[in-house]
Design a binder for this molecule. Structure first.
Ligand code: ZN
Length: 110
């Protein structure tokens, strides 16, 4: 049998990563999403969005325009905990998708 790999690059055309089955386990994702839902109600988070600074572009936004973003996405093995959760404006959140910060740097360099 010829050499074959069953971890194909994600066909969604982002060449920088592959999704691991263990990281995308639905039960784990649900647990982490539940955690971030709780964090959203916490004082800690309200202070974050109260400051109004987008973690990525450093611009100031009203709290209502900031979304909760996982620096390392849950589907990439990230966790719902302070340190991995930052406020992001809608624009930055959309641009980032499922990349990690290192990959973000790679794609910005071009
Ligand atoms: Zn931003």
């Amino acid at each position: 049998m010829a050499a074959s790999r069953n971890t194909k690059p994600n066909s969604d055309s982002d060449p920088y990563y592959e999704l691991l089955p263990s990281d995308t386990d639905p039960a784990r994702l649900k647990r982490e999403r539940d955690k971030s839902r709780k964090l959203k109600k916490s004082q800690w988070w309200h202070r974050k969005i109260g400051a109004g600074i987008c973690y990525y572009c450093q611009n100031k936004f009203p709290p209502s325009e900031l979304t909760m973003d996982h620096v390392v996405p849950l589907a990439r093995g990230g966790k719902s905990q302070p340190g991995n959760i930052v406020p992001a404006c809608v624009e930055c959140n959309r641009e980032k998708k499922l990349r990690t910060p290192a990959e973000e740097l790679l794609t910005k360099k071009s």
